[in-house]
Design a protein around this ligand. Structure first.
Ligand code: CLR
Length: 429
């Protein structure tokens, strides 16, 4: 294990961090902390556990009792579906937040996606083409950076779409705090789920071995009324273990606000083992290490479009792998200058960049009505309302009455426009 924390490049990096302005891309970090992978690839973590994802769509009133045989008190398909959603969600957390730090690896600074950058791929399930799950990712904004994604499996009738916009700040103790705006919406067979994005921080920066820990709470609101409240904590908070959580299932938001007894409580490590109890017996809920991760199939670079992430960043990625600082900055500058030229041309010609598969929707101006049978954005409004959460452009999962909610006046959200994908001619998965 190399000790990078003693190097002069790290010490000077730490110095530059103490005068941090909020824009992570502005840093010149030493090569050993640079990742050759773009942040636009992170959307794939939502789909890594295909079996758990597709299982959510299989639950119905005839078969639901077969899903969690160890849990005796599950009586309805809706409760079973909520359990399945949590089980899948916990596995996605493991991917999102620990997959890059297995063994003696540590979190690195991902490449900062350019406007219009795309990352697409598919998970091949039982081999038949119809059964593939498709991933579409688009960098829909550069300032501020916003990454939108859509994952769908037509055959199984399940889809998830969402977007993230991260805000970061360094604390005095050199902890990097990350807040996410955005959400994910899961839809299957007439049921929908609003998933809020957790807050997190990076620890281990001083010793040059950063890793993620989640904090505060996030929610999963179901269109059937039930809601999961998930509380996160790290080592030495209310448990001695890293990646700890407790999730409480309530029959509705009112029961959650009144702190009624939850229908179920699941607790343990989101990156490992968790148990479930209905207040009586406690049994195993999930052991993430037992599930098989499915890898995403991405076309070889030679077959990719120039907007596709791996093709666009190829030279930079290679320079990072070589650890050649000069080559890294040369190749990066080339890409960044091209982007700057493009923006200038757009401005001069009054022809702004066109988003590809996503559209920005102003839910205040369009006065979108809460409607669980409407499109995804009517559902966003309806589910947020059920959960008592704000739909404004603030940190994901904030309450209606929160200070942030009262201070913010915009509610612009990114929506996947399926027709645009159906009409797509240049990009193939
Ligand atoms: C992006 C959205 C994903 C979940 C996710 C996982 C890990 C986060 C990442 C998000 C944002 C960028 C991130 C990363 C871990 C480390 C990295 C915070 C939230 C930062 C930028 C690395 C900084 C390294 C410096 C210390 C050099 O769905």
């Amino acid at each position: 294990m190399t000790d990078y924390s003693e190097t002069t490049s790290w010490t000077s990096f730490l110095k530059s961090v103490s005068s941090f302005s909020g824009d992570l891309s502005a840093f010149t970090a030493p090569p050993f902390i640079l990742s050759p992978v773009s942040l636009s690839e992170f959307s794939q973590y939502w789909g890594t556990y295909q079996d758990l994802f597709l299982a959510i769509a299989q639950i119905n009133k005839h078969n639901h009792e077969a899903f969690f045989p160890q849990i005796r008190s599950v009586k309805s398909p809706n409760v079973t579906r909520m359990l399945a959603v949590l089980q899948w969600y916990l596995a996605t957390l493991k991917c999102q937040y620990t997959s890059r730090t297995q063994g003696d690896r540590f979190e690195k600074k991902p490449l900062n996606p350019f406007l219009g950058e795309l990352f697409v791929g598919k998970w091949e399930n039982d081999g038949s083409k119809k059964d593939d799950t498709i991933l579409l990712t688009e960098q829909v904004s550069h300032h501020p950076p916003v990454n939108a994604f859509s994952i769908f499996n037509e055959d199984h009738n399940i889809r998830i779409q969402g977007y993230t916009q991260i805000k970061s700040s360094f604390s005095k103790t050199l902890k990097l705090n990350i807040r996410q705006n955005g959400h994910a919406i899961l839809e299957t067979n007439g049921h929908s789920f609003l998933i809020t994005l957790p807050a997190l921080h990076l620890e281990g920066i001083i010793v040059a071995r950063p890793y993620v820990e989640l904090e505060d709470s996030s929610y999963i609101q179901s269109s059937d009324g039930m809601i999961w409240k998930i509380d996160y904590s790290g080592k030495g908070y209310f448990s001695g273990q890293k990646n700890s959580f407790s999730a409480y299932l309530y029959k509705n938001t009112a029961a959650m606000e009144k702190r009624d007894k939850p229908l179920f409580t699941v607790s343990g490590q989101w990156s490992g083992v968790s148990t479930i109890t209905d207040g009586n017996k406690e049994v195993l809920f999930s052991d993430v290490s037992k599930y098989k991760p499915h890898s995403l199939r991405v076309k070889p670079i030679s077959e990719q479009h120039c907007l596709e992430s791996r093709k666009a960043w190829d030279d930079v990625a290679r320079a990072i792998e070589l650890g050649d600082m000069k080559l890294i900055s040369q190749t990066k500058s080339k890409l960044e200058n091209e982007q700057r030229q493009l923006r200038k041309k757009e401005e001069a010609g009054n022809t702004p960049w066109q988003n590809r598969w996503f559209e920005k929707i102003d839910i205040i101006e369009e006065q979108i009505q809460p409607d669980l049978n409407g499109n995804t954005y009517n559902k966003l409004v309806a589910l947020s309302k059920m959960a008592g959460l704000s739909t404004k452009n603030i940190q994901s999962g904030q309450k209606l009455g929160s200070r942030e909610h009262r201070k913010c006046n915009t509610a612009l959200h990114w929506a996947f426009i399926q027709d645009k994908w159906l009409q797509e001619e240049d990009i193939k998965v």
